[in-house]
Design a protein around this ligand. Structure first.
Ligand SMILES: [Zn+2]
Length: 99
């Protein structure tokens, strides 16, 4: 029995089974309204905050990268992460007004 090829945008447990990714809905359920995108292109290091507004609920967060392009260098090598700044603000109960 051979396993299907691995998806580079998914995490796998030690048995090689895919770990279900966070989705737009599950991230919103944690009161998050944005995620962070990081450009993986060599030497770019551009990062951006991406609002979840407008994305379908069932979209896996890692797959948002497929629809994004770096605004600095134009690369499509994007990695999605939880927006730790937003998480930090939430955890610490401090709200900053946005511009
Ligand atoms: Zn870039």
């Amino acid at each position: 029995m051979s396993k299907p090829p691995r998806n580079p945008r998914r995490a796998y447990n030690e048995d090689g089974n895919e770990i279900p990714p966070a989705t737009v809905a599950s991230t919103r359920a944690q009161s998050m309204t944005t995620v962070a995108a990081f450009c993986q292109a060599n030497g770019c290091d551009h990062d951006a905050t991406v609002p979840l507004h407008g994305w379908p609920d069932q979209t896996p967060i890692p797959d948002m990268a497929l629809r994004l392009r770096c605004s600095k260098c134009g690369s499509r090598q994007i990695k999605m992460m939880i927006n730790v700044e937003e998480l930090y603000r939430m955890t610490h109960g401090t709200r900053f007004t946005s511009k």
